[in-house]
Design a protein around this ligand. Structure first.
Ligand code: GLN
Length: 454
């Protein structure tokens, strides 16, 4: 009852950039035909999903929510989306996101804000951010416009929007899902994953999305376990680590209370709770905001007005002028900020001071997790430092926006599987999320602990 989605006003959410009902219907027809022929059905048979508009979809506009890619219809299909179609799923449409997946509120999209279907019960009528960058995905699933959606997570973009909208989402171990055909943001961090209404749905969908792909050089050559089949909320004999460094000064009391709930629920499921330390946590956010923009500045060099989408060719202009005009017109302010930050930290005079230093910090953070996982099987922490905030609140303050990712970026830098599951509603009736971080390749433990919380 606390759920205030107004599905009738679904269009107001602005979750979809384009809709593709014909794709979903064709998938349903194909499933009918298979069933009639007595053929085995895939694990996603007939499920109409939303596709974050960062995945290349053959013949269907793929924009990364940027003007620079408006009108771009790829000739190819991303590996992950192809796997979902092979498993029987169909596509309802391409979902809105922060431009090039850079943001935490979906406000950097060229196609406008996405509204969170939840509203605070404080009498105000503020429209809340659905989180970002997978804000179209989270809003669509939370508002029951789609039973599930794809997301991508570079520094929290599956987990944070899931937390802000009361749904579940998992970022698998780096390399589990192929990056081939996903518009690149920060290649050493980008991972695809499912966003859905239950842990079980996430497990089924992740099973369809994951798997080795020779077209992605960082793809993990490992079998995909039957995560859904092995789901088990009995945590007897398992240890849950509570990282003391995540109890940061100024964390909202309601976030700490939700964390305590999670601890109690996991104990009820039979787990032993132990304290662990991740001493370099406070350096994760600054390291992330060096590594991610550095990689982005390199990845985004390909948008030159020649190869894709937009071309701005002023009268009598030369090649350099065309590059400059195209990029000036095509990229939004946050994307430009990241490119400038990235080229700065990679420039000859500053490379060692910033980029090399951030890479060292990244190694220390990975070591922190390795040591913590000597003492526990899974780590429990909040997903975000606050519940969903009103649209516009942090738009003029990039640092405040970046601070939202403080709990999500460490697992990204370490490449570890991490999930957000809903915990409780806060005093304003808004959902809060709990985060589970697992050992590399141990999505099962993360999903099982998520199930125990759900
Ligand atoms: N909010 C983070 C950023 O803006 C994470 C984005 C993401 O995971 N794609 O970089």
């Amino acid at each position: 009852e606390a759920f205030n989605a107004n599905v009738a006003a679904a269009a107001d959410l602005n979750a979809f950039i384009v809709t593709t009902p014909e794709h979903a219907l064709a998938a349903a027809d194909a499933v009918d035909a298979k069933r009639a022929a007595g053929e085995e059905l895939g694990t996603m048979a007939g499920v109409p999903i939303g596709m974050k508009d960062l995945f290349a979809t053959r013949g269907v506009q793929t924009t990364a929510a940027s003007a620079i890619l408006e009108g771009f219809k790829p000739e190819y299909e991303s590996t992950v989306s192809q796997k979902l179609w092979d498993a029987g799923a169909g596509m309802l449409g391409k979902l809105n996101l922060d431009q090039f997946a850079m943001g935490s509120s979906n406000e950097t999209s060229h196609f406008g804000n996405v509204a969170n279907p939840w509203k605070a019960n404080d009498g105000g009528n503020a429209v809340l951010a659905p989180g970002g960058s997978s804000g179209g995905s989270s809003a669509a699933v939370a508002a029951r416009l789609a039973p599930a959606a794809t997301g991508t997570d570079t520094g929290g973009s599956i987990r944070q929007p899931a937390a802000f909208t009361g749904i579940s989402g998992i970022k698998p171990t780096y390399g589990r899902c192929s990056r081939w055909g996903i518009v690149a943001f920060a290649s050493s961090l980008d991972q695809a994953g499912p966003m859905a209404r239950s842990v079980e749905d996430c497990a089924v969908m992740l099973g369809a999305m994951a798997g080795f792909d020779p077209k992605d050089s960082t793809s993990l050559d490992a079998p995909v376990p039957d995560w859904a089949g092995a789901l088990n909320a009995d945590l007897r004999g398992k240890k849950v680590g509570i990282p003391k460094e995540y109890r940061m000064d100024g964390t909202d009391a309601e976030i700490l209370a939700s964390w305590d709930d999670g601890i109690a629920w996991l104990k009820d499921a039979g787990a032993e709770v132990v304290d662990v330390s991740l001493p370099h946590t406070k350096y994760a956010l600054p390291a992330y905001y060096i590594v991610a923009p550095a990689e982005a500045s390199s990845n985004l060099a390909r948008y030159d007005g020649v190869r894709y989408g937009l071309r701005d060719l002023p009268e009598g202009a030369g090649l350099q002028d065309m590059y400059a005009a195209t990029r000036a017109a095509g990229f939004g302010p946050e994307v430009k900020r990241r490119i400038m930050l990235g080229t700065y930290v990679l420039s000859a005079g500053f490379y060692d001071a910033y980029y090399t230093q951030a890479m060292k910090v990244r190694t220390l953070i990975q070591r922190d997790f390795n040591e913590a996982f000597d003492k526990c099987d899974v780590i429990l922490a909040p997903t975000t430092p606050t519940a969903a905030f009103p649209l516009g609140d942090k738009l003029d303050d990039p640092l405040a926006m970046y601070l939202n990712d403080v709990f999500s970026v460490p697992a990204s830098l370490a490449g570890l599987p991490a999930m957000s599951v809903p915990s409780r509603l806060n005093a304003k009736g808004l959902p809060l999320g709990l985060q589970l971080v697992g050992k590399a390749m141990d999505e099962q433990m993360v999903l099982n602990a998520g199930l125990a919380i759900e």
